[in-house]
Ligand binder design. Structure first.
Ligand code: SAH
Length: 213
């Protein structure tokens, strides 16, 4: 599936109109072709601002939400970032354009394998994808400058907070899975943890253990 320049311009315009204004984030989103991360019949809708189904009953998030979350994370070029919820790999690919190194985990092996193949096909070499229950974080690679959850937790998971460096930022949706959730940002400052609420969102729940596929 290939899209023309006008479709991509319109996509970037839609992102800006929904509040994604950070130039580095917009450039990263321009560099990553969302069609690579959406399979089959839905690929032709890759440049619409909506979530779409992927394998294992999961979804690739809405691009404007991806943009707003990435913007809220304030990633710098030297950062080591952890993403929980690889899904299609789209969000990780965007983070890879902004950070030094990205670790991403999903509880479905099948999603991780598919995402790895897309990273390789696109010559993205600074992402490491693992099959793991991300609610425990990734002890071997901790601590992280930035942590992003793309599945909703009832509360910020303790192990992930513990893996955040001083000065670090974590962005995540919190709330019950069947209700409207809040996107929140947690900063680790010298005084402790500082929270701010960004907007309402709707994500799949953060589940325990590994998936069957
Ligand atoms: N960031 C993805 C969208 C993620 S959808 C993208 O860009 O496409 C949320 C993902 O979180 C799903 O793939 C789901 O399997 C995963 N997930 C849910 N609970 C998890 C957990 N405890 N550990 C790791 N991944 C989890």
């Amino acid at each position: 599936m290939s899209f023309d320049a006008a479709t991509k311009m319109q996509f970037l315009y839609a992102l800006r109109s929904k509040g994604v204004t950070d130039a580095r984030v917009l450039t990263a989103m321009e560099q990553v072709d969302r069609a690579d991360y959406v399979k089959g019949t839905f690929a032709e809708r890759a440049y619409e601002d909506m979530p779409l189904p992927i394998a294992c009953g999961q979804t690739i998030s809405q691009p404007s939400v991806v943009g707003l979350m990435t913007q809220a994370l304030q990633v710098s070029p030297r950062d080591k970032v952890l993403e929980v919820g690889t899904g299609s790999g789209y969000q990780a690919a965007i983070l890879s354009k902004l950070a030094r190194r990205v670790y991403t985990v999903d509880r479905y092996r099948r999603l991780v394998q598919t995402a790895r193949a897309v990273f390789e096909a696109n010559d993205i070499t600074n992402i490491t994808a693992f099959t793991a229950d991300g609610s425990h974080g990734l002890d071997e690679q901790a601590p992280f400058d930035r942590i992003l959850l793309t599945a909703a937790a009832e509360d910020p998971p303790g192990p992930l907070l513990a893996q955040l460096k001083p000065g670090g930022i974590m962005v995540l949706p919190v709330g019950q899975s069947d209700a409207v959730q809040s996107l929140i940002r947690v900063r680790r400052t010298d005084e402790g943890l500082e929270y701010d609420e960004l907007r309402s969102v709707r994500f799949v729940p953060l589940l325990e253990g590994l998936g069957q596929e």
